[in-house]
Design a protein around this ligand. Structure first.
Ligand code: SF4
Length: 217
């Protein structure tokens, strides 16, 4: 993250912090950790720590295996270690240690986890188009055209898209660990463990009790 990026972000953040102090809402920043910014985590965390703004990490790596080299895996691992270390030091990070540690193993071992995209959740683009997942190259549908079959409660578009996802990207969860998909799917399978591993961890680690507004990088 260059000095220019930080000063650019700093100006926007100062407006938000001013609003927060004036109107009493909470803010946090989501940092989508990708190939482009994976080496700037420490600098970013220090900057946010100075501003006293909590950070949430979403770990995103290329969905196609050939784009991820051993060197890149090491870069991600180093970044995640830095986040965990800073959490121990008391930096205000919203992400759970469970998610971060799972990500560290997942990026190397590529374990399959069951993703409930299309059944437990779906995505809506800014233009209103709906799809099961924003990482896969599947068609989107206009939300106005979505119908739910009254007899069995199914949306056939999403069911069809899920079928295509399974056919074309049968093991996409080996190469994806987007936190919202991972955590929602974990909740579906293990609701009690979810409270223990995620909710309790967030309450323990972050000074932010209940975020009501977020800003995404
Ligand atoms: S694992 Fe990732 S890429 Fe695959 S459907 Fe779920 S969110 Fe999409």
């Amino acid at each position: 993250m260059s000095k220019k990026d930080i000063s650019h972000l700093g100006q926007k953040l100062d407006f938000l912090i001013e609003g927060k102090n004036k109107y009493g809402f909470e803010i946090f920043i989501s940092y989508v950790l990708s190939m482009e910014n994976v080496d700037y985590v420490e600098k970013f965390l220090e900057f946010m720590n100075d501003k006293k703004v909590p950070v949430n990490f979403i770990i995103k790596y290329p969905i196609h295996d050939e784009l991820l080299t051993e060197r890149d895996i090491n870069r991600y691992t180093k970044a995640i270690d830095t986040i965990l270390y800073k959490m121990e030091e008391g930096y205000n990070v919203i992400s759970t240690k469970y998610y971060l540690k799972f990500a560290k193993r997942h990026i190397r071992e590529k374990n399959l986890w069951k993703c409930y995209a299309g059944s437990a959740f779906f995505v809506v683009d800014i233009d209103g188009k709906v799809g099961i997942c924003d990482r896969l190259e599947l068609e989107r549908m206009n939300y106005l055209d979505i119908t739910i079959d009254k007899l069995n409660g199914k949306n056939f578009y999403l069911v069809a898209q899920k079928g295509r996802q399974i056919q074309e990207y049968p093991d996409c969860s080996k190469r994806c660990l987007i936190s919202c998909a991972f955590e929602t799917s974990y909740f579906v399978e293990h609701p009690l463990r979810f409270v223990q591993k995620f909710i309790m961890d967030i309450l323990k680690n972050t000074k932010l009790f209940r975020p009501v507004q977020s800003s995404i990088l």
